[in-house]
Design a protein around this ligand. Structure first.
Ligand SMILES: C[S@@+](CC[C@H](N)C(=O)[O-])C[C@H]1O[C@@H](n2cnc3c(N)ncnc32)[C@H](O)[C@@H]1O
Length: 233
């Protein structure tokens, strides 16, 4: 496997620490603000979840957690620099909430304590996708919902070519310039290229005993929303 896409947890954590101060700005720039609408759809998908507490995993700077109005939310991430920014953002908005330092593959929560788990642009970084989905299942109540927003390689040839060009000409150079990090924004497209498409992600959910209730392309397949209901023990 290409070294740039080794999903080593310590390296991933260090990479996000490095880009944390510029993360929000780069998200808006590199997605032309589409990330905002995509997160809105992720949040709306929780209408399918039972009432109860929500865990926003890989919360980063907290954008999904903060958008989850009217629910008790915990935002969790294994990068403390991202969490510190989330906490400050929430305080600025007068929305203090609970934050937890946690690795998605070994969550510090008891079984069956969340009605829903959201995760935006996080599962692609897991060292072991199946193990992460299993661990999320463990903390979900039966019938609880996992909603995943993720970037994918578009299936259509035109969208795929446009996405490759955007990555090469914009994402990597602008990321390098703004975040002053040559590797993080090369890792981004490389990690998308080596991650399953939305059908593969839905299959991974099914393999871990989720019933997939939504699997839909966003922005011609650059991103997708995948929602599963936990059917495990
Ligand atoms: C691309 S950012 C996404 C942040 C946020 N969800 C958003 O919508 O912008 C990915 C985040 O996932 C976190 N992350 C990656 N792997 C993780 C893991 N195994 N456990 C916890 N957090 C993880 C990183 O630290 C980073 O903050």
């Amino acid at each position: 496997m290409d070294e740039r896409i080794a999903r080593d947890p310590a390296a991933i954590r260090a990479m996000f620490s490095g880009v944390a101060p510029r993360y929000d700005l780069l998200n808006r720039l590199l997605s032309l603000r589409r990330d905002v609408g995509w997160r809105r759809l992720l949040v709306a998908s929780l209408a399918q979840a039972p009432p109860g507490r929500v865990l926003d995993l890989a919360t980063g700077t907290g954008d999904v957690a903060l958008a989850l109005d009217g629910r008790a939310v915990i935002g969790a991430d294994f990068c403390l620099d991202m969490l510190a920014l989330a906490e400050r953002k929430a305080a600025r908005r007068g929305r203090p909430m609970a934050w937890a330092a946690a690795d998605a593959l070994a969550l510090p929560f008891p079984a069956r304590c969340f009605a829903a788990v959201t995760i935006a642009f996080g599962v692609r970084n897991f060292a072991d996708l199946g193990a992460g989905l299993r661990e999320i299942g463990r903390v979900l109540v039966p019938g609880g919902v996992l909603a995943v927003l993720e970037l994918h390689r578009p299936a259509g040839p035109l969208a795929a070519a446009a996405s490759r060009a955007w990555n090469r000409l914009v994402v990597t150079p602008v990321g390098r310039l703004v975040a002053r990090d040559g590797s993080a924004y090369a890792y981004l497209p490389a990690s998308v290229d080596t991650f399953p498409d939305r059908f593969g992600l839905a299959a991974a959910l099914r393999a871990e005993r989720y019933h997939v209730i939504t699997s839909r392309d966003l922005s011609r397949g650059i991103a997708a929303l995948t929602v599963g209901r936990w059917e495990g023990a």
